[in-house]
Design a protein around this ligand. Structure first.
Ligand code: ATP
Ligand code: IP8
Length: 264
């Protein structure tokens, strides 16, 4: 049985309709809640992305650029609240599936500096894991010591927690099978990269297409750049398609799933 921490990031492209503002993918949320509960993987931290909840609002109010004018303050609140709403939908489904999910706002225990995590109180998460809870975090609108505020991606949180809490693995669930040699939504002939080493990443980064929908944290490119730090520290990273029923369950119980493994 696994005893080291797993971190599961559920992409906004999975739990929301990313091209329709403030639209959840309820069907995927319910199915994933069932799969995660059934897998009984512990210790486990779940983090989810912004999708059509956080990104369009953060973009509209220029939150990622930091505090520039008083009118942004309301938008900062709205962006955070949209994420709280999405988080509630996921946590409610997880509880209904019997998982002791516990919602925790990153903005309540993380401060960034120029958009990078400067201070993170991991003690509280350690105590929650010890108690058998499954903390459920998300990409959030956070206080920033240089810019006033910032958008902190779930991907950056996943990598930082994996390093600090010495996680065994990060599982990234997105809406395609993994990292391809070009954007599979644009190029039907794109080929899936099953394994990639850190040394080959710079070349692969060139294959990443621009986001077709609002994404203030860098889309697929941002994700890979964040994950790099965790891989360098020996954390296993696998990117899988969380829209394929059974994938998240199988990967959580340690079975092989089609995807991209990033290796040192
Ligand atoms: P969120 O930030 O809302 O949590 P997410 O983590 O679910 O989002 P995205 O940032 O939307 O994921 O990244 C996934 C998208 O990246 C895919 O839908 C795909 O179209 C796009 N993409 C661009 N280039 C590539 C590539 N080379 N390989 C795989 N996907 C790519
Ligand atoms: O979707 C961004 O988190 P991500 C969260 O994990 C917001 O990049 C508030 C846009």
């Amino acid at each position: 049985m696994r005893s080291r921490l797993s971190i599961l990031k559920l992409g906004g492209s999975v739990i929301t309709e990313k091209d329709k503002p403030l639209t959840p993918n309820i069907h995927a949320i319910r199915r994933l809640a069932g799969e995660i509960s059934r897998a009984e993987a512990r210790p486990l931290i779940i983090i989810h992305g912004g999708g059509s909840y956080g990104h369009p609002l953060a973009k509209k109010h220029g939150i990622a650029e930091g505090f520039k004018r008083a009118s942004q303050v309301f938008g900062f609140s709205e962006t955070h609240q949209a994420m709280v709403s999405l988080n509630s939908l996921l946590v409610k489904s997880l509880l209904e599936s019997g998982l002791p999910a516990f919602s925790i706002s990153p903005s309540s225990f993380i401060i960034t500096r120029n958009g990078r995590i400067q201070h993170l109180n991991e003690e509280i998460l350690g105590m929650m894991l010890e108690a058998g809870l499954v903390p459920v975090l998300y990409g959030d609108a956070v206080m920033d010591s240089e810019r006033g505020f910032a958008i902190l991606s779930g991907d950056q949180i996943a990598a930082a927690l994996a390093i600090d809490l010495e996680a065994e693995r990060i599982i990234m669930g997105i809406d395609v099978d993994g990292l391809y040699d070009s954007d599979p939504k644009v190029n039907p002939d794109a080929k899936l990269i099953n394994r990639i080493s850190l040394g080959d990443l710079p070349l692969a980064l060139r294959s990443i297409g621009r986001s077709h929908v609002p994404d203030v944290t860098g889309g697929m490119m941002g994700k890979i750049l964040e994950l790099k730090a965790a891989v360098e520290r020996g954390v296993e990273v696998i990117i899988i398609n969380a829209l394929v029923p059974g994938n998240v369950y199988r990967v959580l119980i340690g079975e092989d799933v089609v995807g991209t493994r990033i290796e040192r």
